[in-house]
Design a protein around this ligand. Structure first.
Ligand code: UD1
Ligand code: MG
Length: 453
């Protein structure tokens, strides 16, 4: 479905004081993406006609993050109804359905958004549809007061609720779908005569009922979906729920996760079929993995593209711009950054390859380092097809090693190596006959003398 003739208003002007952070609350990341952007991603899938994010003062960072989606400013924040009113200009002459969401609920699914909009267009044509849930611990949530037949009559905030009302198990999750023809006239009637002295969005239900409009509740099955993040501990819970979803999705799409609970994904990680991921692997943003790839234990991978059949790790680090070709092998304690490793190339042990190309079937020996930075500029290293880089070679960029060339172990390569040549850069080896025997005799004698003395 698409959200035809619908608009979405995301409220994100709250102060977020409990995060104790210089970063606005809704920009704290879950699975590598700002909370509010998770919500906007889901909204994006539904193709709303209009979207607006309501922000508070000093929130250039939020404006930049949500761009090109427009923002409206609510300053000072005087409550959730007041926040929606701040979006009045962006909603002018709009009489479709308006979905109102909270910016700090990153786990809300597209399905729930669709169900809300469907309910708003239901047979009884409710002016307001509220998302309800039955939390294990109803704590401070608003309670949904229903009349005979289960119709929604009012939402009573916890602080204003009577003891009987506090016993109501169904709470307000905070998300509403409202008929745009009535939204602003209902909001205009809200006052701040309540325990918190705020303009409550929740009051529009009783106001609508008093005007003879019907209101409805849609219950969400999994309360975790509507959890709001107010403090760091809740951020950690949201992260773990999101990780669980990402792991389940990866397995459902054909990846084997040896120990799922120890594997961390980003919101955008893409895995092919028959990928096996070993324990304790972390995916940062921007990773795509082809089919039949093995990622062994303890790898850290971000901004990398891994092609079919490659083997990564254990203990490999792929940094942004690492492009690993078909059937290439990246082994233990190897770091790759901004480098193209072509088909069948092998870098199996203890190496740093940055700002480079490694040609097809090249073999990069243990301890090879591309010296890509002189303290001022980064420069490029090019290793040709089938080249063999001896162990502990330092390749001082900019430098090229031709196709099929070999570098001797321990060499410091500072000038281009022609194709099929051997480049060796080290002193000739000398042998001093009998030196070791004499050395042991001398040192042994010294040691005995010390002991006696
Ligand atoms: C709100 C609901 C409550 C519901 C709960 C669910 C109201 C009055 N109460 O309470 O019924 O059970 O959510 O989590 O709506 N915001 C603004 N401007 C403001 C105030 C808030 O933009 O002036 C934004 C916040 O950034 C946040 C959202 O609105 O994203 C909710 O505000 P919050 O203060 O957390 O409301 P609750 O007290 O949790
Ligand atoms: Mg809240």
């Amino acid at each position: 479905m698409t959200a035809q003739n619908s608009a979405a208003i995301v409220l994100a002007a709250g102060l977020g004081t409990r995060m104790k952070s210089a970063l606005p609350k809704v920009l704290h990341p879950v699975a590598g993406r700002a909370m509010v952007l998770h919500l906007l991603d889901r909204l994006g899938e539904l193709k709303f006609d209009r979207k607006v994010v309501v922000i508070g003062r000093d929130t250039k960072a939020v404006t930049d993050a949500v761009s090109p989606i427009p923002t409206a400013i609510q300053d000072p924040p005087l409550g959730t109804a007041h926040a929606v009113l701040a979006a009045r200009d962006q909603m002018s002459e709009f009489d479709g359905d308006v979905l109102i969401l909270f910016g700090d609920t990153p786990l809300l699914t597209r399905q729930t958004m669709e169900i809300m909009l469907d309910a708003r267009r239901g047979a009884e044509n409710p002016a307001v549809v509220v998302l309800g849930f039955r939390p294990n611990d109803p704590a401070q949530y608003g309670r949904l007061v229903t009349g005979s037949g289960g119709a929604l009559e009012a939402i009573v905030e916890f602080k204003d609720a009577s003891p009987e009302q506090r016993d109501i198990p169904v709470c307000n999750a905070g998300i509403m779908a409202v008929d745009g023809k009535h939204l602003f006239e209902l909001l205009d009637a809200v006052d701040d005569d309540n325990a918190k002295g705020e303009f409550y969005l929740t009051d529009i239900v009783a106001i609508a009922r008093a005007r003879g409009l019907s209101c409805a509740v849609t219950e969400v099955a999994d309360e975790r979906e509507v959890m709001g993040v107010n403090a760091r501990a809740e951020l950690a819970i949201a992260e773990s729920i999101m990780q669980e979803r990402l792991r389940d999705a990866a397995m459902a799409a054909g990846a084997t996760l040896i120990d799922p609970a120890t594997i961390y994904f980003s919101f955008d990680t893409v895995l092919g079929r028959d990928v096996t991921v070993g324990p304790s692997v972390v995916f940062g943003p921007g990773v795509s993995v082809g089919d039949n790839v093995a990622i062994r234990a303890f790898c850290h991978i971000e901004g990398a593209e891994i092609s079919n059949g490659a083997i990564i790790g254990p203990f490999a680090r792929l940094r942004p711009g690492a492009r690993i070709g078909i059937d290439a092998h990246i082994g233990n304690f190897v770091e790759i950054k901004e480098a193209l490793i072509e088909t069948g190339a092998k870098i199996n042990h203890l190496s740093y390859v940055g700002d480079a190309r490694v040609g097809p079937d090249a073999n990069v020996g243990a301890g090879t380092i591309t010296c890509n930075y002189d303290g001022f500029f980064k420069t490029h290293t090019d290793i040709g097809a089938g080249a063999f880089i001896g162990s502990n070679t330092a390749l001082v960029a900019p430098v090229r090693v031709g196709d099929g060339a070999i570098t001797g172990a321990g060499s410091v390569i500072t000038t281009d190596v022609p194709a099929d040549a051997l480049a060796v850069e080290r002193n000739d080896q000398r042998h001093l006959d009998g030196w070791a025997t004499k050395f042991r005799a001398r040192k042994g004698a010294e040691k005995n003398k010390k002991k006696k003395g």
